[in-house]
Design a binder for this molecule. Sequence first.
Ligand code: C2E
Ligand code: MG
Ligand code: MG
Ligand code: MG
Length: 290
Amino acid sequence: AVKCAGRRQVRRYQPQQDAATERFQVLARDLSVALAREELSLHFQPVFRLSDLRPVKAEALLRWTHPQLGAVSPGEFIPVAERVGLIAPVGAWVLRAACLEALRWGDVTVSVNVSAVQLLQAEFPQVVQGALRDTGLSARRLELELTETAALYEDTRAAQTLEDLRALGVRLSIDDFGSGYSNLSRLRTLPITGVKLDRSCIQGLPDGPGGPFARALLEAVLGLTRHLPLDLTAEGIENAAQLTALRDLGCPLGQGHGLSHPLTAPDFRALLHTLPPSGGQAGAAASCFR
Ligand code: C2E
Ligand code: MG
Ligand code: MG
Ligand code: MG
């Protein structure tokens, strides 16, 4: 198993996720009406081909603006939705909204985060199929990001669901790879098309304290993903030094605040409109690196 820095344990402990707290109760109650009140929206973080900094994908990231509490992060309210049975309606809304938006993009893929709870629901493949059918988005332009959990690697129902999803033609990637239960041999046997390397794995690049280890890990993961072959996306690229190191190592795809923050839907469309025709030289990272 591969595991990067201990960030996960730190991030996992969130007292407000305790169902007994008042905050949890308020979020659970208000999330049930947030959809109807149109308080949810999607932002889109561009994923760039690192060789030319062209956006080839965007990750849909859910945003909730609560009327009193203001912005509540998905890291906080998704676990609440999972625990009170609201992840299915919220997840179905995200899928549909992401597919609808992607119709306006040309040949750019949309990635949608899927929680382990959704993946374990028997009807999930039909929900995905329904979103594709109702919006008319081509299946190959939809990618589902599956959080790395024990269920993903060990649950036989989840394994069947992955096969059913691939049969629809959607792309599947493992999110936050290197942060949890990473199982290298399962990369070969799962019906996935890509891996997203957790940002804790690239934090030390190029010459931070964990730099030599980060480089060795990347070389290993690059070797594996080239061999299989799988798409590899580096998450959390924050500075030019990390970008340069990743490019030099040959990492194909990347995203992060240093390249572009998550954008509103109109801002992402505007970014796509500034692109030269494909095959052109210049990329479009809205970044500080150019
Ligand atoms: P994730 O899928 O790993 O998404 C990446 C998170 O890292 C996003 O946080 C993004 O804004 C943030 N990020 C991007 N670039 C950088 C960077 O350079 N540095 C740092 N420190 N962070 C960066 P966000 O939007 O708060 O989402 C957090 C998590 O919530 C996501 O992690 C994902 O697991 C979950 N999530 C978001 N939207 C959805 C959704 O629609 N459905 C489900 N089930 N989960 C979602
Ligand atoms: Mg993700
Ligand atoms: Mg995640
Ligand atoms: Mg991630």
